[in-house]
Design a protein around this ligand. Structure first.
Ligand SMILES: Nc1ncnc2c1ncn2[C@@H]1O[C@H](COP(=O)(O)OP(=O)(O)OP(=O)(O)O)[C@@H](O)[C@H]1O
Length: 591
């Protein structure tokens, strides 16, 4: 990562932050400046009041002057409290809004990155850091702006006031600054060290807790009697964690005690300065009372500024930089073109290696799929079937060779153009914690759901929406966590199939679509599939060789290579890899 300084990062963040809502931004910053002015005016207005009371007591001024002083002091006090409340409220609103806007921007950015990024560990780490940086970027920007619009304004007014009362009193700001700064340095030193040591342990400890009590784990944990195992791991990790925390707290408390002594010294120093000035007649009683009463507020504000504003900026700076760098990653989206609906797909000498992998997952593959053809891809585990599907659909582009839709190369066009006519059921399909209807219709949010169209699709996918489990029909929530229902793996798979049918498509890809479905229903689903995919290009990946006789052609993969292709009958006659796989499955049923 390129090294840049806080100022450069802030300059990049400021316009992004202000753009969230310019009018609200201006109001917030104006209010923040006003808040700084009001707080800064507290000491002078207090002095004014006490001076006038003293003058009145000595008969030098009328009572009305003291009352006016009281009104001014009250106005400044009440005004500062009201503005503080409004600033806090507005800041919170702005914060939430900015978080929402930045999150959406980041989601859109990720959506534009090539899908292969999700296979790259470095990229996934980068993404992870960008998410953290995004969350901290709002606070980072706000803390710096606050330092300027509130703290700088306050300290300038306070310095000017102290200077006007007696120049030497400016030293009191230094007497406050030094102990507070020391506290922050020590706090950061001890806690950062402890945090570095404890963060991985905390993740481990949370994980064990989840293994004991989490919904996804409870079946195995109970049945295999693994509770005591996780309990021990949890206890061991907890005791190490507690030791680290204990040492950090002891060290930090001791340091804090030392610094508190220093702060006390600061307080005494200011008191002596003030007493000296008062006794020598350099300042009035009013000024003495006002400054002495403001010392606590100055300590408090200095602590807030150094510990929270400067401290947070220093600790989040690296992550914010990551976030901004992530937004700069080139998107390489390719051209938006109109891909013709009816075209052949050709693979020419295609090879592909996953990022951070040594071996090629797919090696020098060439074949041609005619428009409207149904092709099945078979092969042993790890032979490259799913990778081949990702290359055909354009999710990934080959390192070598080309995938062509007619004459259009998948390397040159945008995913948006390419995916327009493609639908798919993936091997690891998603079970969305949403209603049955939403689970099927996610591909077209702008189309109003028409029940009769949905009914037809459900029948084709072998899904019965009148099943007693779908208590509210298409509105049934499919998640226990959201007060809905749990359904079986087979039913989820049918929903995934219905989802793929619902999307308008010319090409459909089914990667192990019926692994969780019983054989009788599987045959019915494949027969339905043959009907609906008529005149459409269909690619099916499956291990169940009995169900792919319907394919016009079967491609057989082995160790990343295409080793055979032909119809079921041709391949059986060939007595090659397909015949070997088929016969080994057939034997199970015959025996
Ligand atoms: N994300 C990945 N990163 C690195 N290597 C991968 C990744 N995904 C798959 N591979 C490797 O690529 C090869 C082909 O995997 P692929 O998933 O395409 O095989 P498959 O035939 O679909 O397997 P299965 O039948 O088990 O689903 C395997 O050696 C696998 O280990």
């Amino acid at each position: 990562m390129k090294k840049v300084n806080v100022v450069k990062i802030f300059i990049k963040m400021l316009p992004r932050y202000a753009r969230v809502s310019l009018p609200m931004f201006i109001v917030l910053q104006t209010l923040s400046v006003a808040h700084g002015i009001f707080i800064g005016l507290l000491a002078p207005s207090m002095q004014l009041f006490f001076d006038r009371v003293e003058n009145y007591a000595m008969g030098q001024r009328p009572l009305s002057a003291a009352i006016t002083g009281l009104i001014i002091l009250g106005f400044v006090q009440i005004g500062s409290s009201i503005i503080a409340g409004i600033v806090q409220f507005t800041r919170k609103m702005y914060y939430n809004r900015a978080e929402g806007v930045f999150s959406l921007e980041l989601h859109e950015k990720i959506n534009k990155l090539p899908p292969i990024c999700f296979e790259d560990t470095k990229m996934l780490n980068h993404m992870n850091k960008a998410f953290k940086g995004k969350s901290e970027s709002v606070q980072f920007t706000e803390r710096i702006i606050g330092s300027i619009t509130f703290f700088a304004v306050y300290f300038i007014i306070m310095s000017a006031y102290l200077f006007r009362v007696k120049p030497i009193l400016i030293i009191s700001l230094l007497l406050i600054f030094i102990p507070v700064l020391l506290t922050q340095i020590l706090r950061t030193k001890f806690f950062t060290k402890a945090e570095d040591k404890s963060a991985p342990l905390r993740r481990e400890f949370d994980y064990y807790e989840n293994c004991m009590t989490g919904r996804a784990y409870f079946k195995e944990t109970r049945l295999l009697g693994a509770f005591m195992f996780f309990r021990k791991q949890y206890k061991d990790t907890l005791s190490i964690l507690n030791k680290i925390r204990f040492h950090a707290v002891v060290k930090s408390d001791l340091a804090q005690l030392g610094v508190q002594m220093l702060s006390l010294g600061g307080h005494i120093g200011i008191l002596l300065l003030l007493l000296n000035a008062l006794l020598n007649g350099h300042i009035s009683v009013g000024a003495f009372v006002a400054i002495f009463a403001s010392v606590d507020a100055m300590f408090h504000l200095m602590t807030r500024w150094i510990c929270y504003n400067l401290g947070d900026v220093a600790s989040s700076f690296g992550r914010v930089q990551h976030y901004l760098n992530f937004l700069q990653i080139p998107e390489n989206n390719g051209m938006d073109v109109q891909v013709p609906k009816n075209m052949d797909i050709s693979l020419r000498d295609v090879s592909f290696t996953y990022p951070n992998a040594n071996l090629r997952a797919v090696k020098s593959i060439s074949f041609h799929i005619k428009n409207g053809e149904t092709v099945a891809v078979v092969g042993e585990n790890g032979s490259g079937k799913s990778t081949l599907i990702r290359l055909i659909t354009g999710l990934y582009v080959p390192d070598e060779g080309d995938v062509l839709y007619g004459k259009i190369n998948t390397k040159e066009i945008s995913g948006r153009s390419l995916f327009k006519n493609i639908s798919a059921v993936f091997q690891k399909f998603q079970c969305y914690q949403m209603t049955l209807g939403d689970n099927i219709c996610i591909s077209h949010i702008d189309i109003s759901k028409d029940d009769s169209g949905l009914d037809k699709i459900c029948v084709q996918a072998g899904l019965d929406k009148n099943d007693s489990q779908f208590i509210d029909g298409y509105n049934t929530m499919l998640s226990r966590e959201f007060d809905g229902v749990d359904i079986s793996g087979g039913q989820w798979q049918r929903i995934a199939i219905a989802r793929s049918y619902y999307r308008k498509h010319r090409i459909i890809v089914l990667d192990e679509p019926t692994a969780a479905i019983d054989p009788i229903e599987e045959t019915r689903i494949y027969n339905q599939f043959a009907k609906i995919s008529k005149n459409k290009t269909a690619i099916i990946v499956t291990h169940r060789l009995g169900s792919i006789k319907l394919a016009d052609r079967i491609l057989v993969m082995k160790q990343g290579k295409l080793v055979e292709q032909g119809t079921h009958a041709e391949l059986l006659t060939n007595e090659g890899e397909y015949a070997r796989l088929y016969k080994s499955q057939e034997r199970w049923y015959k025996d």
